[in-house]
Design a protein. Structure first.
Length: 173
């Protein structure tokens, strides 16, 4: 189905909708959900979405709607899926402020298990890029926010798995 959607022109239409209506939180959330879905398990689709500006739209949605937990959660999902197969994409996201946005959102939504889990998963994905990215995540305070998420959501297995994996990835040398 995802391939059919791409052939039918979903990618440019998602970007056009996000460009035209990105100030609306429901459009931002659904746009990020569309990106996360279209990227799923396909390096080719991820790169096509990247070339069409998906990363910029994800980061813009996160900046514009930091006050909306569901938008932030799906920005994390979309960011993670978009960058899954490419250090190039991971590095570009970092260069464009993804680390700082992730850390700020995790601080803002420490009480939200879904945001905490997906924030940890976004950290996992970006941390795969390089030692420099891991160092930037550490300088930005990612470790403290992962620890806070694990403490606040001690009873949530999803946060535990993602938080522990994020610690593992940040500790790689």
């Amino acid at each position: 189905m995802r391939e059919q959607l791409m052939r039918a022109g979903a990618a440019p239409r998602v970007m056009a909708a996000m460009k035209a209506h990105g100030g609306h939180p429901d459009v931002a959330e659904q746009g990020c959900r569309a990106i996360e879905n279209l990227c799923y398990q396909s390096p080719r689709r991820c790169m096509e979405l990247w070339r069409r500006g998906a990363a910029a739209f994800i980061l813009a949605a996160m900046k514009a709607h930091m006050d909306c937990a569901r938008v932030v959660e799906h920005c994390f999902w979309a960011m993670k899926n978009l960058a899954t197969y490419s250090n190039f994409v991971r590095t570009r996201l970092v260069e464009n402020g993804a680390v700082e946005l992730i850390v700020a959102a995790m601080e803002t939504y420490v009480g939200d298990a879904d945001v905490s889990e997906q924030g940890c998963r976004a950290i996992i994905n970006l941390a795969c890029a390089s030692d420099a990215v891991r160092a930037r995540l550490m300088r930005a305070g990612a470790a403290a926010h992962i620890a806070a998420a694990l403490e606040v959501h001690a009873g949530n297995a999803g946060v535990a798995v993602a938080g522990l994996a994020a610690i593992e990835c940040l500790g790689l040398e």
